[in-house]
Design a protein around this ligand. Sequence first.
Ligand SMILES: Cc1ncc(COP(=O)(O)O)c(C=O)c1O
Length: 453
Amino acid sequence: MMVREPGPSPARVDAPAIRRGRPLARNEILRNGRLGGIAPAELAERFGTPFYAYDLDVVTRQVAALRTALPPVFDLAYAVKANPNLAVLRHQASLGLGADVASGGELRHVLRAGFAPEHIVFTGPGKRDDELAAAVAAGVRVVTVESVGELRRLARIAEAHSRRQPILLRAAAVEAARHERVRIIGDEGAGKFGMDEADLAIAAAEAVASPWLEPLGLHAFGASNLLDAHALAGHVEATVAMAVRIAADAGFALRLVDCGGGLGIPYDVHEPVLDVALLGSRLATLALRLAADPATADTRLLLEPGRYLVGPSGAYVARVTERKEVAGHHVVILDGGIHHVLRPTLVGQEHRVRVLTGVAAGSAAGPGRFPVTIAGPLCTGLDVFVHSGVMALPDPGDLVAVLDVGAYGATESMPFFLSHALPPEIAIRGGEAWVARPRIDPDVWLGWQVGEP
Ligand SMILES: Cc1ncc(COP(=O)(O)O)c(C=O)c1O
């Protein structure tokens, strides 16, 4: 039986508000104490705890906000790494987005989800021959080449498939305009992503000369989780400027510039929502310039957002198993922890945690609030969601949500640590909830193991 509750649906996107350029403040799964319009206790009873829940209507609104803000020259490819759950992927495909994959496994996910190959882009360091071959065989829109060596391997693979493969060249860094607030724009990772200027020139020349490669343009990722529209716009402008120069020097027509992802979401209550209307208005100026120049009049621009599209759609819900006082300090232990939501520990940034049920639910202010630690069941001091946060105390049995886990939540965690079950992933749309991936008991992977030769 499906759970039906009143709730937002794709048809109720607040398009006029988006058109007026008002950023949608806190478009997220938790609204009025309900998750995607459904009472948390009802979800917990039906699916058990802990669980992840994704409100796909939130995704619809994020996509609409971005699309409405950006000039039409932009295409969007959802960065699958943010959340590869099939329900999320199918939803993105149904909204007409492309997909950005970073491995052969992600490629298989998006093909199964129904993305057309001509809407799939393949980017990422260390692509193996079998992964490149799968992309060429599938006929993906473009493969982003990260080194001269990869370019040569791809040319051989394309020849073996008798296909001319469209490619982008990935720049390790682009030089942002001096007035931008974020001046150094380039991939982190000590050079593992993309090529320097010298290799870009070599790769461009070889691609032009190869009958098996079709150079379309440039790819550059700026920085992750940017909340500053000016910094993002500066990155796009700098990437386009570099692409124009490289294409002109190598003598190919610039058809595509992929500026990566990096559109941020506020994790903290004090952080601003990214002003996509401001981003769009700056990029509209760029789009006009491109359209006016015969060399770029047919150039498409691409963004690969992950976090922005799905982050706020997700919550991780766990139940309080224990509450105690240790040397006068309140400590709450949940039945789930950082093995399922590693990001706060990985990047050192707490996510918002909300009590969903019981007397402490929704009491954000007022008396009866104490410094409290909210932790998971793992045998490591790292397994803490809230360090001395001041809040109303949840009781054993209450439900607690870690918010903003729709991106880099389940997919970026360490689910096998301590052999707890993998929480189910629950998708919600239009007030209907379903199990997108079931709970996986440790007996499943115990059964795969071979303890003796
Ligand atoms: C090549 C590429 N594109 C897109 C993304 C998505 O980034 P975000 O989720 O910050 O938008 C990433 C993130 O690592 C990436 O490496």
